[in-house]
Write a protein that binds this ligand. Structure first.
Ligand SMILES: C[S@@+](CC[C@H](N)C(=O)[O-])C[C@H]1O[C@@H](n2cnc3c(N)ncnc32)[C@H](O)[C@@H]1O
Length: 234
């Protein structure tokens, strides 16, 4: 994809940019118990409201929100992925997909009830411009949900730390807390249909040598995976 087809400010996301089919396998394996969904619904249900999915990728989560939201908007800076998201929701009249980035959301002020960003752009320090945009577009009484890794625990968290030893979970936590976000720690899991699927996903998430090392150390098709659900009411 040409650089011109990617909105300014996009954070390179080689896993889904280069391998959207494998990322689809990953999405299907994530959180079979739907613990993230239950936690978000308990904090701010979205039935009848307008949901924004920032960094929606190929739109995996859009149909899920569309089941009970009145309206769903996916925003994605990579035009090719946005096109795939549009294809996915072609028969869902209450879903729209826009090309854009978190730092300049193509949405009016106070137009969103629930904003959701999952492993997209909002990784702590550096995402202040996107947070200002969320404050602008989410209406009072709404909520912002940001899902990211918890590197302090779980098998996946351990892999993540070994890959990025300079990652500072305490600094990330301070960042969110200072901006009024609360942390809901959750332990979800990856559950794959086959070892080949797990291996393919490891290859898009980690450099090849590390992926091979981690796989050799880990049996089976299940991986416990700690995440933080950062959330704030608008
Ligand atoms: C790891 S993928 C996750 C995709 C999707 N949230 C999901 O769970 O299937 C990260 C996504 O964030 C998008 N992204 C990168 N920079 C962004 C930005 N500045 N604003 C919004 N989205 C961004 C990428 O293009 C990519 O689609």
């Amino acid at each position: 994809m040409a650089v011109a087809d990617i909105a300014p400010g996009a954070v390179p996301s080689p896993n889904i940019w280069n391998s959207p089919q494998v990322y689809e396998i990953e999405n299907r394996a994530v959180d079979p118990e739907r613990a993230l969904e239950a936690a978000m619904r308990a904090l701010r249900p979205w039935a009848g409201g307008t949901v924004l999915d920032v960094g929606c990728g190929t739109g995996f989560h859009l149909p899920f929100f569309a089941r009970d939201a009145a309206r769903v908007v996916g925003v994605e800076p990579h035009a090719g992925l946005a096109a795939a998201a549009r294809r996915r929701v072609a028969d869902l009249p209450n879903v729209a997909v826009r090309v854009g980035a978190a730092q300049a959301l193509p949405l009016p002020d106070a137009s969103i009830d629930v904003a959701h960003a999952r492993w997209a752009y909002f990784f702590g320090p550096g995402c202040e411009p996107g947070l200002a945009e969320l404050d602008r577009v989410v209406r009072r009484g709404g909520a912002i949900f940001v899902i990211d890794n918890d590197a302090t625990r779980s098998t996946f968290g351990g892999w993540f730390r070994r890959w990025l030893p300079s990652y500072d979970p305490a600094a990330v936590e301070r960042f969110w807390t200072r901006r009024g976000f609360s942390r809901e720690p959750l332990t979800i899991r990856w559950s794959f249909a086959s070892r080949a699927d797990l291996a393919a996903v490891m290859d898009i998430e980690f450099p090849p040598e590390l992926a091979a090392t981690f796989l050799a150390e880990h049996d089976g098709v299940e991986v416990d995976y700690a995440v933080n659900l950062w959330w704030k009411y608008a």
